[in-house]
Design a binder for this molecule. Structure first.
Ligand code: DAV
Length: 266
């Protein structure tokens, strides 16, 4: 295939860190096939310092991986397909973007999306083995791509759940004792340029630890939500970066965490 390529600006999209292992995602867009190369100098450095380093099977990105009729499908049809777990990528071969996974200790949650197929999810499940549990969850969302502006876990048993994209399995989280927080409507103005993302980048925050969050300096309503939860806010203006398609969570990838491996979803 021929592709002009793209930026490699969002480490969250391509790298999934589980324990001491850095997993390079295969990606699903042809334009992103070579993105891993931008991170290789860093990954080699981590490898020298003891990290386990894995690259998931590279897709051939054959035409058969994509529903060729998808661009001409109506909005209603896309909604219907989404409800059946079908999107522009087919099940021809495994593909996923790392950002469709979100971690909570031994439990890892993932959505079937435009860029992550069931075969990719199954690859991850078998790869991680019995130490981790991979749960496929889904949302009322005809256009899912990356889970972190939809369902962003911000602490032990604490999750921001996008009210425009309700989670079909939310009762399971409630039963497990989780607190579900509905983030307020984003304040980003209508005329602010955005690319491949919605205003919900406001909830795409980065937790430095359980008590500190990096949040957009302009998003005062969500800042108040965090403060009420006893989480102190580190306010940074990231609006310019939002225009390239990501918030704090997209633009970062935590490599090392203090603490121990625990279960939060029993
Ligand atoms: O509005 O769900 C998520 C982040 C894209 N990298 C959205 C965009």
């Amino acid at each position: 295939f021929i592709s002009p390529g793209m930026y490699a600006a969002m480490p969250r999209d391509i790298l999934l860190v589980v324990g001491n292992e850095i997993i390079e995602a295969p990606m699903a867009w042809r334009a992103r096939f070579f993105e891993y190369r931008a991170y290789r100098p860093l990954i080699k450095e981590y490898f020298h310092r003891g990290a386990k380093w894995t690259t998931a099977p590279k897709p051939t990105m054959a035409d058969a991986l994509y529903d060729q009729d998808y661009p001409i499908r109506s909005v209603e049809d896309r909604h219907k397909l989404a409800a059946q777990g079908k999107f522009v990528t087919t099940e021809y071969e495994p593909c996923f973007d790392a950002a469709d996974f979100i971690r909570a200790g031994r439990d890892i949650f993932v959505q079937r999306s435009q860029v992550t197929n069931y075969m990719g999810i199954e690859w991850m499940r078998r790869h991680l083995g019995p130490e981790y549990k991979v749960h496929t969850i889904s949302f009322k969302d005809p256009n899912p791509m990356h889970i972190d502006a939809t369902f962003n876990i911000i602490g032990p048993g604490l999750v921001l759940s996008n009210p425009d994209r309700p989670c079909h399995q939310i009762e399971v989280f409630k039963k497990a004792g989780w607190t579900i927080v509905s983030p307020p409507t984003p304040l980003i103005p209508d005329d602010h340029p955005l690319w491949m993302s919605s205003k919900w980048l406001s909830m795409n925050v980065l937790m430095l630890d359980e008590k500190r969050v990096m949040v957009d300096a302009n998003e005062e309503t969500i800042q108040k939500v965090f403060e009420k939860l006893g989480i102190s806010t580190i306010k940074v203006n990231i609006r310019h970066a939002n225009s390239l398609g990501g918030g704090f969570h997209c633009w970062t990838c935590d490599i090392r965490r203090c603490g121990t491996l625990q279960s939060y979803f029993d």
